[in-house]
Design a protein around this ligand. Sequence first.
Ligand SMILES: NC(=O)c1ccc[n+]([C@@H]2O[C@H](COP(=O)([O-])OP(=O)(O)OC[C@H]3O[C@@H](n4cnc5c(N)ncnc54)[C@H](O)[C@@H]3O)[C@@H](O)[C@H]2O)c1
Length: 661
Amino acid sequence: MFVFKAAVVGAGTMGGEIAQVIASAGIPVILKDVKQEFVDLGLSKAEEVTRGQLGALAARGRLTEEQADTQAAETLARITGTTGYEGFGDVDFVIEAVPERMEIKQAVFAELDAVTPGHAILASNTSSLAVSEMAEATNRPEKVVGFHFFYPASLMRVIEVVEGAETSPETLGATSTFAQAIRKMPIICGEEPGFVVNRILNSAVGEVWRVQEERGLSIQAIDRAVTEAKVAPMGPFFLGDLLGLDTVLHVAEHLRETLGESFYVHQGMKRLVEAGDLGAKTGRGFYEDGEPRSSGSEDFEADELAQRFVLKAFVEACLLAQEGMATVKDIDLGMMAGAGLIPPPFARADATGLDEVLAALQRAERDWGERYAPPLVLRRLVAQGRLGTKSGQGFFPYPQPDDGFDQGEAVKLETRGEVAIAWLDRPPANSISPEVIGELGRLWEHLEGAEQIRALVIASANPMLFCAGADIKAFTKMDEADARALLDECHALLRRMERSSTITIAAVNALAFGGGCELAMACDVRVAAQSATFGQPEINLGIIPGFGGTQRLPRLVGANKALEMNLTGDPISAEEAFEFGLVNRVVPDHELLDVALAWARKLAGQAPLALGQIKLVSGAGDLDEGIEAEKEAFGTIFASEDAREGISAFLGKRKATWRGR
Ligand SMILES: NC(=O)c1ccc[n+]([C@@H]2O[C@H](COP(=O)([O-])OP(=O)(O)OC[C@H]3O[C@@H](n4cnc5c(N)ncnc54)[C@H](O)[C@@H]3O)[C@@H](O)[C@H]2O)c1
């Protein structure tokens, strides 16, 4: 499903900016509200944001004033305001952003179902309501999905894509692709109260609210302490004023009603809302003109508050992951990009040491209550000795580079028995530069000389991505001869890997685009994490894959699907990659490295000559050439010492010992 035209229904706080985000990504969009004055407000918001963004680019010298003006005019011309449903007959994707009331949402969904084409996806920007209930108002529940932007939509990078009871995998996939097309990062989550970000943030902030009310503490001192401890970008009371206390209260009450007493509702906030003091939007909330409107004691330990916030956020994150509502990676991504928690809960716990987090939670449970009880997933990891960064594995895997090897900057070698790991470690995107190719080549040469190493796993040191592609900037700086030489060097390396009797396994943890996907395809086996994505987006830049994407992809997935991927440039999910035959296995995110290492150990234990020949002749050239090559190889292998050993071990019911001869 492709999105050529979108629509946004409701031009309020969120709608105007959502339309702006879509238009600035080059997609025409209709913006609808019930009255022209509301439509106009949304349109002026879109104009203000567009001019602000392009003005900033001009101020930084990235655009001339004239270019900025032209671009702004083009972006705004893509937004059409309306109070009716004209123009909805050919939309592909609609985002509903009307008030947070189910009866209004259902009425809008029923209308949308009647006026949009059958293939159109109907999405809701709801913060807390069930999309499944909205879907009931339509005849296409499989095409109804949550699409939750954060405020302000033009700035915040993350979107929660919420799977309703009947949302189809195709809808989820197309919605994630659309999110990326409008330059946002989708995180997939289940239809749970508060989804991911609001649930975790509320859980943590609630602990600070609770302590403030129980002990009558100063809100200003608390806000200062939380900010200084760097556990959140701003204090909870200041943040509440900024977001609107009515909205914050609504979410807090909803979470408490649905998820229980571990969520706290601030009574002072309730009184403020009842009095109409809603924070920044009414000029008064917890603060007025930057001054707190209540006083309180400053007698508290800042460390304790920070600890409560961090531990509770972590517990809630674990519960969400345990319930299968979102992956560990998506939860951390959401908390980073949607709530500004840096580091996010799982990465922070891994860095602290999971054994220490467990001990801290045991103390917290004793001192502060059972809502701090250590979650099962944490107890399991500690029992397995997976203690985070220090042990090389916690919620995420971490490189523990070898001492004896002259490590590069961008690729690190770690050896575990007869298996080596090449960790791609080039922030921010692990993009493939001349440096990466050189270092991978050096690492491969080292392995060729190390007889005991029979398998190499290629993994990413960045939990959020595998490899975003070739380093386009580095390529544009090269002259033609240098670029050609680099391509030759890279191809030669990949072919050497393919022709070698050392097995290569790509452990694709997340996004593998362009050169990242091609590197994975040159490996013998690809194991993908559930939340990984694959794609060959070169065509979107007007270029073609350069590291073998036009050759290896059709060999793996067939000409048909390969053409589709190379011609559309659209990403595919790990599940689709599995269906297409691009990956060998899809595993839960946290099991990825273990599974890849298990494959490496299994294949490293196979007869080396046979393994090398199978690699060499599989899929070689055309079928006749391939069969000839296979016959030739079969003869050679059958006459080898290993073949005799293998057959006699089989007959003798014992384990074979391979000599590689
Ligand atoms: N405000 C936030 O911070 C925020 C953040 C994320 C998500 N959301 C969600 O986004 C949605 C919209 O929130 P908002 O803050 O923009 O609300 P808002 O009240 O500012 O805007 C809603 C708009 O919808 C219009 N509307 C009402 N009925 C309509 C109909 N039948 N057809 C077309 N337009 C109609 C209203 O006139 C109004 O302009 C809600 O579901 C909310 O939970 C809000």
